[in-house]
Design a binder for this molecule. Structure first.
Ligand code: FE
Ligand code: FE
Ligand code: ZN
Length: 297
């Protein structure tokens, strides 16, 4: 089967998911991920069913499987902090409904930061929140993202994610999104990915892995910084990322690039078309910026 690969794309008020599909196709992607509004706030517009239908029809024509499409929850909701408990729960419940209305089945969520409450209290808050939001009727799988361990972030070890999953009652509504930049920053050495994957399988179970975020990292393994870098331009490196992208055990899992826009003479431009190209070619492109600029002229 073909590699399932795409990137983060935008979701505009006027075109909604139809615009997201069109953007993904411009990168020659066969999947994509978007926020249903700005990632840093919780202002959300109503989902327009007409646009959703047009988006679905276009996906059918272009061989994008809606099962591989991902929504990312805004990163400002923090389930580990019980201070904004009611607001968080209300927002997450509404977001789950929006994602279901769009026909998308996977929602990536940052577990949260304990902000001084301590690891155990933070994790308990996350579990309680998830149990309040997930019901037997929920159609979406919440994919907890592996985090870099910046500040008081939780979910930066496989054990912490396992503890959260163990506490969730609706087990089949919970999965994991593995982010290569984050796990490297958290201290998992991607020079030996097979060992990392084995550890993931032993602790969490490979069946729980639903999404991969493929990013290089500006920083070395264990740096806990969370600064994404373009594919092959960072400390993880092209060959290590290729091994993950083409890993036998990860064939069916959608792979999403969240690499940074590139600074060029024409302004900041998306690198995804050329990153996807070099991944498909299995050959590192050391003139990425040039190609992006030429393509935009
Ligand atoms: Fe994320
Ligand atoms: Fe990510
Ligand atoms: Zn990140």
């Amino acid at each position: 089967m073909d590699l399932i690969i795409g990137s983060h794309v935008s979701f505009s008020k006027d075109k909604q998911m139809l615009g997201s599909v069109i953007e993904a196709l411009s990168y020659k992607a066969n999947t994509f991920m978007f926020y249903t509004g700005a990632p840093q706030n919780t202002n959300r517009s109503l989902i327009d069913d007409k646009l959703t239908e047009l988006a679905h029809n276009l996906m059918l024509n272009e061989n994008i499987n809606i099962k591989d499409v991902i929504v990312h929850a805004p990163y400002i909701i923090n389930l580990a902090n019980d201070k904004n408990y009611d607001f968080n729960i209300k927002f997450l419940k509404e977001e789950i409904k929006r994602v279901e209305k769009l026909g998308v089945s996977k929602l990536v969520l940052h577990p949260g930061s304990h902000v001084g409450l301590g690891i155990e209290a933070g994790i308990n808050n996350i579990i309680k929140s998830l149990n309040d939001c997930l019901t037997p009727d929920t159609k979406v799988i919440i994919c907890l993202e592996t985090m870099a361990g910046k500040g008081s972030e939780l979910g930066c070890t496989f054990e912490q994610l396992k503890t959260i999953i163990d506490g969730v009652k609706e087990k089949d509504k919970i999965g994991v999104c593995l982010d290569t930049c984050h796990i490297s920053d958290a201290g998992y050495d991607l020079n030996n990915f097979d060992k990392v994957l084995e550890e993931f399988d032993n602790i969490i179970g490979l069946d729980k892995l639903k999404v991969l975020h493929i990013n290089d990292s500006k920083n070395i393994c264990g740096a806990k910084k969370d600064r994404h870098e373009n594919i092959g331009y960072g400390q993880i490196g092209f060959d290590n990322l290729l091994k993950i992208l083409y890993h036998d055990k990860l064939k069916d899992i959608p792979k999403i690039l969240e690499t940074p826009y590139v600074d060029t003479e024409l302004g900041k431009l998306a690198p995804y078309k050329f990153e996807i190209q070099m991944i498909r070619d299995k050959k590192f492109n050391d003139h990425l910026i040039n190609d992006i600029v030429l393509d935009n002229k």
